[in-house]
Design a protein around this ligand. Structure first.
Ligand code: GLV
Ligand code: MN
Ligand code: MN
Length: 425
């Protein structure tokens, strides 16, 4: 065996060890949850804080200084080589909130890969010509306030103060939740990150689709992220006795919802590439012997073309109006913030492609139907993403599964990518 082979074997086995540590840490984070035996880590909850404490400890162990901003994001910084005057910064990001009954890798893989990349440099006593910041976002999924990307929005200067009045299911406002989580809502604008020194933003994320598995490659490069719209729709009818109100005189909010949900499915199926989902429905008062007087349902609608999204949203508003008037239901439609389709930055993505090629991995390009923090971060930095193969493309589900070998491949690519981005300054 040549020296070169010995050293690449050593690197490969070292990467497997680092990847194994990431997998263990994902398992450890999975224990910080609102529900025993399930992973549910919503924004500004005790379990989110407990998981953040773990991440902060791991960041410090990897040689980073850490800080927490007003919405509760955790930011670790690993300084550049002190010989470099006015160093630039590469951001490696991820989120550590989750959906309800989630898998253990969505989001956390990005944060932990960033920590591992910095940890590798720290252990080797190395500094790059650029600083690295690992940004752990406190909310990406938007489950608690039905608004995604609440963590990265302030950093990217895209936080709308009107959002502070949004309420969760318990009627707690976002402003109150931020305060209870240790932040000052009035100070959020000051958390915006100046773009001047930023070289780029990268997130390592599970694919959440089957392409990499089908193509038999561990990682792929993301060409862009779809655009999305969310809304909350409320139908109000009249609650009453299920045994005594004749069918002909009911104002049943839940049957209105049933029609709406089917309309969402119909509209979603009507255009190639459009997806539309009602993922949450609450019926009140919620008893088997009471006609539902009020329902609250969500809409999540995605397509890369904003005209398609706008037309679909308009069609569904028309459906709500028609259902409401035919069934004598009052209704409200509340739009949540929308997110524009976001292409990956060509130059940064070129550097990522090269890093993949130099690892001897065929370059597979993917478009993301899932939303990611790169959408907001694109306002302040060039963005790109590295996807990691996940079993059968399953995500937002406890069955999410990845392999240690694929994580090791992603780390090797990320190390190369960070080194070459830093060397380009
Ligand atoms: C986040 O995973 C989203 O796409 O909603
Ligand atoms: Mn995610
Ligand atoms: Mn997700």
């Amino acid at each position: 065996m040549t020296t070169k082979n010995v050293s690449s074997t050593t690197t490969a086995s070292r990467n497997l060890e680092r990847a194994a540590r990431i997998m263990e840490r994902c398992d450890r984070l999975a224990r910080e949850s609102a529900e025993v035996g399930k992973i549910s880590r919503l924004y500004a909850t005790p379990e989110l804080r407990a998981a953040r404490d773990l991440l902060e400890g791991w960041m410090r162990e990897a040689g980073m200084t850490t800080r927490i901003d007003n919405v509760g994001n955790l930011i670790g910084r690993y300084a550049a080589d002190p010989a470099v005057a006015d160093p630039k910064t590469l951001i490696i990001g991820g989120h550590w909130d989750s959906v309800r009954d989630a898998g253990r890798y969505d989001g956390t893989l990005g944060v932990l890969s960033g920590i591992a990349a910095v940890g590798g440099l720290h252990e080797a006593g190395m500094r790059l010509d650029a600083a690295i910041e690992v940004m752990a976002f406190a909310d990406e999924e938007g489950v608690r306030f039905h608004t995604a990307l609440l963590g990265s929005s302030p950093i990217a200067g895209g936080f709308d103060p009107a959002w502070l009045a949004m309420t969760d299911d318990a009627g707690i406002t976002l402003g109150e939740a931020i305060r209870a989580f240790g932040g000052d809502p009035a100070a959020i604008p000051g958390d915006a990150r100046a773009p001047d020194d930023l070289l780029g933003f990268i997130e390592v994320h599970i694919e959440q689709g089957p392409v990499l598995q089908e193509r038999d490659v561990p990682v792929g490069v993301v060409t862009g992220i779809t655009g999305s719209a969310r809304a909350e729709i409320v139908f109000t009818g009249m609650a009453g006795h299920a045994g005594t109100i004749p069918m002909s005189s009911r104002r049943d909010a839940l049957t209105g919802s049933a029609e709406f949900i089917l309309a969402v499915e119909r509209v979603g199926r009507s255009v190639e590439g459009l997806v539309a989902t009602v993922g949450k429905l609450d019926a009140e008062p919620g008893a088997s012997n009471v006609v539902a007087g009020r329902t609250v349902q969500t809409l999540d609608l995605r397509h890369p073309d904003p005209r398609v999204r706008d037309r679909a949203v308009a069609a569904l508003k028309g459906e709500v109006e028609e259902i409401g008037s035919r069934r004598s239901l009052e209704w409200t439609w509340h739009d949540s913030p929308c997110f524009a389709e976001t292409p990956s930055d060509p130059a940064l993505t070129g550097t990522l492609r090269e890093a993949i090629e130099r690892e001897g991995i065929p370059v597979v390009e993917l478009f993301s139907g899932a939303g990611h923090d790169a959408v907001t971060m694109a306002a302040i930095a060039p963005v790109t993403m590295l996807f990691v193969r996940c079993k059968d493309g399953i995500s937002h589900n406890p069955a999410e599964s990845i392999t240690v070998e694929d994580v090791a491949a992603a780390l090797a690519v990320l190390d190369r990518f960070a080194a070459s981005v830093a060397a380009q300054v």
